[in-house]
Ligand binder design. Structure first.
Ligand code: FAD
Ligand code: FES
Length: 264
């Protein structure tokens, strides 16, 4: 992990209240692993509000151009400030952060299940897994068609996917969690990665648990220090024989075995 100043190459609207920021950084592009994130300072140089950096998954990398991107939804002050930045501005960031996912080993078949903005880390996992010759299948669910533009990225990536939306205006109508065991597909051979709202993670944990199918969840707990010091981002993890431990999303995570996460 390094502290960096990266130049913004573009910061364009991707959907309503959603932006994609492209940043020049040979260091991040060379070192990032799937599932990792960057911690962005979201205040002007002379400002301290907000004081804490904000975490964002690395959404995509373009190795040839030393460019990486983050896809973010405007939620509050920090992301509001990010959306005001323009091409040529610089961003103070730290990264890559968190424990990366090693895609060089494991199953040849990968299933990615995303909900809403949870697609952000899955996009990079898909790209990196495809580059390693893996078969990738994405199932993603959305409230509406706000992230419609992402489908163009999927088509360019030449990845297989199914999209679901609650209002039926994009892809198939329904919740992605209802379709994960459709027909005779059981995904027992697949390495599964899931990212999305807690309610979705809980349903998928319960459904996969019924068949003892393991999956990796990428968690998005609120963070303070982002470097493993404050314990502000801990999640409860189930151990053996009914024991529990607390793990830091920013250090040991954000990827955890879904069946071991205790959602409180
Ligand atoms: C590892 C990790 C990766 C993330 N990746 C992305 C990403 O790729 N794209 C993206 O849009 N967001 C991502 N997030 C969430 C993002 O960090 C928050 O949305 C952001 O910090 C909000 O900052 P803010 O100052 O704009 O809002 P704040 O003023 O801090 O908060 C505004 C609202 O957002 C809620 N919020 C803040 N942090 C989170 C969080 N971590 N999860 C859910 N709700 C939150 C607050 O409760 C509040 O209601 C990620 C979070 C983590 C921990
Ligand atoms: S945010 Fe401080 S330990 Fe994770």
């Amino acid at each position: 992990m390094k502290l960096l100043n990266s130049e913004i190459l573009s910061n364009q609207q991707y959907g309503p209240g959603i932006f994609k920021m492209e940043l020049f950084s040979p260091y991040i592009v060379r070192n990032v692993m799937a599932g990792q994130f960057v911690n962005i300072r979201c205040a002007p140089n002379d400002g301290t509000d907000p004081l804490l950096r904000r975490p964002f998954s690395v959404f995509d990398i373009e190795e040839r151009f030393n460019v990486f991107s983050v896809l973010y939804m405007v939620k509050g002050k920090g992301t509001g400030y990010m959306s005001s930045l323009r091409k040529g501005d610089t961003v103070d960031l730290a990264g890559p952060m968190g424990s990366g996912i090693d895609l060089n080993t494991g199953s040849k078949d990968i299933l990615l299940i995303g909900g809403g903005m949870g697609i952000a880390p899955l996009n990079l996992i898909a790209k990196m897994a495809l580059a390693r010759g893996k078969n990738v299948f994405i199932m993603a669910g959305f409230r509406d068609s706000s992230l419609l533009r992402w489908e163009r990225d999927l088509v360019r990536m030449e990845v297989k996917y199914r999209i679901f939306s609650e209002d039926g205006k994009w892809g198939e109508k329904g919740l992605v969690s209802e379709y994960i065991f459709e027909g005779d597909r059981f995904y027992k051979k697949h390495e599964i990665y899931v990212c999305g709202p807690v309610e979705m993670l809980k349903i998928i944990q319960e459904k996969l648990g019924r068949y003892q199918i393991s999956a990796t969840a990428l968690l998005e707990e609120k963070m303070a220090c982002g470097i493993g010091v404050c314990m502000g981002c801990v999640v409860k993890i189930r151990g053996k024989n009914g024991s529990f431990s607390y793990k830091r999303v920013c250090r040991e995570g954000p990827a955890f075995e879904l069946s071991e996460v205790v959602f409180e």
